[in-house]
Unconditional design. Sequence first.
Length: 233
Amino acid sequence: MEHELHQLFDPVSSTFTYVLVERATREAVVVDSVDQHFERDMALLRRLGLTLRYVVETHAHADHVTAAGRLREATGALAAAPFGCGISHANVQLAHGDKLTFGAAEEILAIYTPGHTSGSTSYLWRGNVLTGDTLLIEGCGRTDFQSGDAGSLFDSVHERLFTLPDDTRVWPAHDYRGNTVSTIGYEKRNNPRLANHDRASFIELMGNLQLPKPKLMDIAVPANRALGITHAV
C-alpha cells in the first residue's frame, strides 16, 4: 500500500479527524481537525515522520473549534476551506472540481455538497469520500441553521455522492452510534433518511426534526471562520 488513511475520534463531540498520507514522500493532509486535540495530532505527525501539506475543512463546524490555524502555524502547512463557508483566513478557497495535490502525485477532489451548510464540501481521494456532515452513516447532517437547506442536501447527496461507485468508502465528520465507515452502495440502499424518500418527503422529514441548537454554536462558528484562532493571519 502506497498510502494511508488514519481516522481519529473525539468522544466529546463525536467528531472524526482524518489524516491522509502518501508513504513515499511522507506528506500528509489533515481534514476536520479539533482544537482540543491539537497536541494529539501533532504527536501523530511526529511519530509517523509526516510533513503536513494541507489542513482542510469540510465546512465551518458549529459543535467544535478547529485546530486548523494552530496546525498551520506549527507546521507551515496551507489551510484549505470551501469557498462558500466564509473562512476567509484559509490560504486556499475550494470550488467544486478543484483539486489539492500532495506527495508525488496524490490528488484530492473537492465535491461541492451544500445543504447542511451553504458551503459544505466533500472530498474524494483514492476510493474514499470524506463527507463532512453532508452524508453520515445511516443519517445526514441537519439543515436548520448556517444557511442550511434540505432540498439542497437531498440534491447534493443524490447527484454528487450517490453517483459515485458503490464501493466508495464513506468517512463522515461525525458518528453518534459507534460506526466508523460505510460505503456509498450501503447508504443508497439503507440510509433511513435518504434511501426511501423522494425530495418532498425528505424536506418534510428534515423540517420536523426539532433538534436543539448546538451548545457551542455561537462560539464555534465565528472561531472556525478564523481557522480557530483569534488573531488575523
